[in-house]
Ligand binder design. Structure first.
Ligand code: M6R
Length: 362
């Protein structure tokens, strides 16, 4: 059932070229550079939307942070991201011109449902983005879009993260189009990149041994830092969550610019720093932060655009040219890093202590 893999998590990481293809299947009209998500929300509602609020938890929250940036930059509409457990309907918003998007792989996360229900009570229109047909999120929202990733068994969410981001990218194009804000060149670039994403991810999977060796080499680190900017920042958070969840090692992710505002105090030669230096992650500025940790002796594992060469980093991985989606490709390296590091320590991987696949309590 694990398809020859030792763990579901590894199987699911390897399924990503296919799951990413499924996320866009039948949804892109290449001829017109448009997207069809079969939404039942009316075009006139989408045209007049003034604010998009994304609500989620854990890995899905990180996908929302990525999605927020895509929605804001493509559709020119304000977008916010809130944890399901923290979502509160504030004053001064225009409920009839707000769209709440609840993102949940399982569709059963109590905190996310709590946020969605609070929105609905205020008369706000809700859209669920989920992997699970017939789930509570799908049933309770006014509309639902499925990420079509196939079942995910490992407690650590992997393939569903990429599919959530891809689905939010398609939504960003659809909302931009409905609002009359769609820039055809930018839409074309993004849709092209989405179509090339599965191939780029396959390239990372083909390089698994290299990242496995790196993960095993640094397995004794005291603490692991993950940094990136812009589209790299949610991926940094996600890389850290994955590592802490399955390896039980301390890991922190943050926007690279924040290092000097506190976390730098923790950096020693035993703090491996995984840095995203790709397109979409403002690599030049992040390279300055990389130098700050190097000055404290920290080994840097860099994930860089193919055109870049970092100075004096301990390890370097090259990410193929994929525009804003490059951090998403680097994320697959981070998944493999977490997996192999945890596996080298004999951790249970698919069922980490204290965690459940679907969190149905608040
Ligand atoms: O099913 P959901 O997407 O709503 O789950 C949300 C989180 O519980 C989930 O992403 C959790 O953070 C994962 N175990 C992370 O790998």
């Amino acid at each position: 059932e694990k398809g020859g893999y030792d763990h579901y998590m590894l199987k699911e990481i390897h399924e990503q070229p296919q799951s990413l293809r499924q996320a866009i299947a039948g949804r892109i009209d290449d001829y017109e550079d448009r997207v069809d998500l079969d939404l039942s929300l009316s075009d006139s509602f989408l045209r007049d939307v003034e604010e998009v609020q994304l609500v989620a938890c854990g890995t899905s929250y990180h996908a929302c942070l990525f999605g927020k940036q895509l929605i804001e930059s493509l559709a020119d509409v304000r977008a916010t991201v809130e944890y399901g457990s923290e979502y509160a309907v504030g004053s001064g918003r225009t409920p009839d011109r707000t769209l709440v998007i609840g993102v949940s792989q399982s569709g059963e996360t109590a905190d996310t449902l709590r946020g969605l229900r609070a929105a609905r009570r205020s008369g706000i229109r809700t859209l669920g983005v989920t992997n699970t047909v017939g789930s509570t999120v799908a049933r309770e929202c006014d509309d639902a879009v499925y990420i079509q990733a196939g079942p995910e068994i490992g407690v650590a969410a992997t393939k569903t993260f990429g599919s959530q981001v891809v689905t939010l990218a398609l939504l960003a194009v659809a909302v931009a189009d409905a609002r009359g804000e769609l820039d055809p060149d930018r839409a074309r670039d993004l849709l092209d990149d989405l179509q090339r994403l599965p191939g780029a991810v396959q390239g990372v999977l083909d390089d698994e041994e290299t990242i496995r060796d790196v993960a095993e080499h640094y397995a004794d680190g005291d603490s692991f830092f993950f940094v990136g900017r812009q589209f790299g920042s949610p991926v940094a958070l996600e890389g850290a969550l994955k590592l802490k969840e399955i390896s039980y090692d301390h890991a922190e992710g943050f926007p690279a610019g924040e290092l000097k505002h506190g976390p730098l105090a923790l950096v020693t030669e035993n703090t491996p720093v995984l840095a995203l230096l790709t397109e979409g992650a403002r690599p030049d500025e992040t390279a300055n932060n990389v130098r700050e940790v190097q000055a404290r002796g920290a080994p840097v594992i860099a994930f860089s655009s193919a055109t870049r060469g970092e100075e004096d980093v301990a390890e370097q991985f090259s990410i193929p040219d994929l525009g804003l989606l490059e951090p998403l490709v680097a994320n697959v390296y981070l998944q493999l890093f977490a997996y192999h590091l945890a596996n080298s320590k004999g951790r249970p991987i698919d069922k980490p202590r204290n965690l459940a696949k679907s969190v149905t309590v608040e």
